[in-house]
Write a protein that binds this ligand. Structure first.
Ligand code: HEM
Length: 164
């Protein structure tokens, strides 16, 4: 394939991955900090409309779609990076941690069910702020850590390029 076309496809792939990350972390935070409390207030004020249950299903569908995008685009970037000569052990270790964190986040939303009610699993969950104590909250927090590791990966590549 023409080198220029290949470069455009790789940029589009990275763009799709970055958009999925923005949706997962940014969209997730807006959902947890704004929409879920608003739905709760409406319910407490006696305006139960069934919208909260619909939002739960819709959030599950959106996050589920994001998983497909992450696995496809992340898989392509992984193959691309691992074929570059500068990539060393540090990159591989951080990438493996990122994939494990992502897999844990994906598992939390995969089975859908009730995403936004409190988790009661173990004492560690009690250390989290209340808005994070749900399957969706943990999935967003793990996604934010995966985002952080993406920044670390980029720095590792930059450092390796500077050294070469
Ligand atoms: C919740 C899950 C995930 C989040 C939030 C996330 C986030 C990100 C972000 C923000 C970037 C930087 C994109 C850019 O601006 O260039 C990135 C890069 C990357 N991601 Fe993900 N990602 C996730 C899951 C995955 C998965 C499942 C894989 C592998 C199968 C993966 C592999 C990669 C790779 C290889 C890079 C390139 C890093 C580099 O060398 O610069 N990611 N990710």
């Amino acid at each position: 394939m023409d080198v220029g076309v290949w470069a455009v496809l790789l940029i589009a792939n990275r763009w799709a991955h970055a958009l999925a990350a923005t949706l997962w972390v940014g969209g997730g935070l807006v959902y947890l900090l704004v929409i879920v409390p608003a739905a709760r207030r409406l319910r407490e004020a006696g305006h139960e409309t069934g919208v909260a249950a619909w939002m739960n299903r819709q959030a599950g569908r959106v996050l589920g779609g994001g998983i497909g995008v992450f696995v496809l685009t992340g898989g392509i970037m992984t193959l691309q990076r691992l074929s570059e000569p500068e990539i060393g052990a540090a990159y591989i270790v951080v990438l493996a941690a990122k994939i494990l964190l992502s897999a844990a986040a994906f598992t939390l939303v995969w089975k859908r069910g009730e995403l936004f009610t409190g988790l009661s699993a173990g004492p560690l969950v009690g250390l989290l702020p209340a808005w994070l104590r749900s399957k969706a909250g943990l999935a967003v927090a793990l996604g934010a850590l995966a985002y952080l590791l993406a920044i670390v990966l980029q720095r590792i590549v930059e450092a390796a390029l500077l050294a070469s």
